[in-house]
Write a protein that binds this ligand. Structure first.
Ligand code: NAD
Length: 442
């Protein structure tokens, strides 16, 4: 096997700007959380970059640094936030509206939150039927809007004296779109922007603007956005890392933890029924069938890949998988997700597992936004570009190179992520199989 080339990682010096299209529940919970951690009034729980460790070398070496001490990541003190929305509320107002975080906590960081005001969004109701925003850019073609987004980014950079930037889409889920001719090449896509092509959604315009400027891009929603050949081409051209789609939180997180375990023990599954109630704006948007279809596709794909029914027909061939999302306003952001799993064991005897997850969507999503921002910036400084499969850990529908299937098993995803960090930093990959292990047994 040929040796992988050495990676030169540029230091994380200076300021990192985090650009966020869509400054609702997830974005405000993320920003407020970083500000709270900086002030020492909260802990970044759920964040691999802040709380995770990484084993290096052999177990006997006892080298287990924190990830943030091992890889040169930006410090939380160096982060600056900017973004777009279709409502004019500042981050304090938007966080109060989202109702995720305690008012007392928000009051402790109120001036900093109030100082972050969104720029006018690129929006059309054609792509999110349930929203009516008035704070939007007008009077141009999609091409013009892309230029306006780039202008916003340039002035944010200058104003805050930023060294680098990343963009994480936290906007609403757009309607289901399939890749078409206009998405296949950069030339066709740029022409489509100029022609106001209906299959170019707002999230693609932000993604185009970022990638064109060499700014890494992550897509937290299930809509296509940067997951089209035209933008892979641009990402390679401008040497920009991209990643997505759809933050892996809540029920799908549970699925990708449980399903690999059941499969590891070769327990059969005859059915997996998942239903949710949630009452935030995201839930309202997903109440529209066109936006729900995008989410449903994203949620359904996970089990098939993990269970491999074609390899294990006796265990998984005919399993029935259903996912439901119900908008129920009284719950706000505090979703309740039920799973009923019908499994079978030795001689086909049936058993059942019931899960009732009283989860908080944005509390689970916020650390993902932080990790993605820091890891994408690290990827850029390491000279990585295009689709970053090593970040599959964070996604319900990981973007993959053409011809490959996505990896959904969270344990394989974590191994891939940590091995990529080891590779970047010139450490040995850990396979759990050392030469001394063989010697002992033979
Ligand atoms: N919270 C989670 O656990 C989770 C998990 C996976 C994916 N997501 C996705 O993350 C996204 C954000 O979730 P949320 O709970 O913060 O939703 P939210 O409704 O609170 O926030 C979304 C924000 O995006 C804004 N927006 C919509 N279209 C826009 C546009 N074109 N330009 C600028 N702003 C726009 C909306 O006005 C809103 O403020 C959603 O797409 C959701 O499906 C969330």
């Amino acid at each position: 096997m040929k040796d992988a080339p050495k990676v030169e990682v540029a230091p994380a010096k200076g300021r990192l700007g985090i650009l966020i299209p869509g400054m609702g529940a997830v974005a405000t919970t993320f920003i407020a959380g970083v500000l709270a951690v900086r002030k020492g009034i909260g802990q970044p729980i759920g964040s691999l970059t802040q709380m995770g460790t990484i084993r290096l070398g052999k177990r006997t070496e006892n080298r287990v640094p924190m990830i943030k001490d091992f890889a040169p990541l930006s410090s939380l003190d160096d982060l600056y936030f900017g973004g777009w929305d279709i409502f004019e509320e500042n981050m304090y107002e938007s966080a109060v509206h989202a109702g995720v975080l305690d008012k007392n906590l928000l009051d402790d960081i109120r001036p900093e939150m109030e100082a972050i005001k969104p720029w006018k969004g690129v929006f059309s109701k054609d792509y999110v039927k349930k929203l009516d925003g008035s704070y939007v850019k007008t009077g141009g073609t999609k091409w013009d809007y892309a230029q306006m987004v780039m202008d916003d980014i340039k002035s944010f950079k200058d104003k805050n004296n930023l060294d680098r930037m990343v963009m994480v889409w936290c906007g609403s889920t757009e309607i289901f779109l399939k890749p078409e001719d206009v998405h296949q090449t950069l030339a066709a896509f740029e022409q489509g922007l100029k022609d106001d092509h209906p299959s170019i959604a707002p999230s693609m315009i932000y993604a185009y603007a970022a990638i064109k400027m060499g700014i890494p891009y992550a897509n937290g929603a299930p809509n296509l956005s940067a997951d089209i050949p035209a933008l892979y081409e641009l990402a390679k051209q401008t040497q920009t890392p991209i990643t997505g789609k759809d933050f892996k939180t809540g029920q799908t997180l549970m699925k990708t933890i449980l399903a690999p375990g059941l499969k590891a023990r070769l327990l059969g599954i005859s059915g997996w029924f998942s239903t949710n109630i949630l009452g935030n704006r995201d839930g309202e948007v997903l109440d529209d069938p066109a936006s729900f279809k995008t989410k449903e596709e994203s949620k359904l794909s996970v089990l098939d890949q993990i269970l491999q029914p074609e390899v294990y027909p006796d265990l998984y061939k005919d399993y029935y998988h259903k996912v439901r999302i119900n908008y129920y306003p009284p719950r706000g952001d505090n979703k309740e997700g039920w799973d009923n799993i019908d499994i079978f064991g030795w001689l086909g005897y049936p058993m059942q597992i019931k899960i009732d997850f009283l989860c908080r969507d944005s509390i689970l999503a916020a650390p993902i936004v932080l990790d993605l921002a820091l890891f994408l910036d690290l990827a850029k400084r390491s000279g990585f570009s295009g689709i970053q499969e090593w970040l599959s850990f964070y996604w319900k529908s990981p973007m993959v190179l053409e011809g490959l299937y996505p990896e959904h098993d969270i344990f394989i995803q974590l191994m891939k992520l940590k091995n990529t960090l080891r590779y970047m930093m010139g450490e040995d990959q850990i396979t759990h199989l050392g030469a001394d292990y063989y010697e002992y047994y033979r």
